[in-house]
Design a protein around this ligand. Structure first.
Ligand code: HEC
Length: 130
């Protein structure tokens, strides 16, 4: 039998381990396959229709350094709240998400199995240099 104080130590250590595991699971970066191929394909059409008139894809390469180390959620939020500049917020949440997926794929970040979703831990995904 463990003494009561040892039991508390064991429980406390398990708690710390599980908390640690949770925060590791939530912290990812965009190199780890954070969107699906299907989203990127839809996003190309959304981008062509709503963004391409003002932004060639090279634009995102040029501004990417300014976004490094910031949460992908912030990037999504800027698009959803400020773009297209002549009609901000006019797209659906899914369309903005697909456009983010298309931009990531154009910057050669890999697709994965789980769809990108602003309501599912996107704030835990960090932007990496391409
Ligand atoms: C009518 C022209 C126009 C359209 C359409 C447009 N933008 Fe923009 N966008 C701008 C201007 C102007 C800026 C700010 C100046 C700059 O950074 O070149 C900008 C800035 C941006 C930035 C940089 C934001 C930052 O703070 O780093 C991103 C990313 C962006 N636009 C994405 C998009 C996306 C995605 C779409 C389509 C949903 C879109 N834009 C549609 C004109 C436009």
């Amino acid at each position: 039998m463990l003494s009561p104080s040892k039991k508390i130590t064991v429980i406390f250590s398990l708690l710390l381990i599980s908390l640690g595991a949770t925060s590791v699971a939530q912290q990812r970066n965009i190199s780890e396959g954070v969107y699906t191929e299907a989203q990127a394909i839809l996003g190309k059409d959304d981008h062509d229709a709503n963004c391409k008139a003002c932004h060639a894809m090279k634009f995102y390469r040029d501004i990417w350094f300014a976004w490094e180390e910031r949460p992908l959620m912030n990037f999504w939020y800027i698009l959803a709240s400020e773009m297209p500049s002549d009609n901000p917020g006019s797209l659906s949440d899914d369309e903005y998400t697909n456009i983010v997926a298309y931009i990531l794929s154009d910057l050669d970040f890999p697709a994965g199995d789980v769809p990108l979703d602003p309501s599912n831990e996107m704030e835990g995904i960090t932007i990496a240099p391409f």
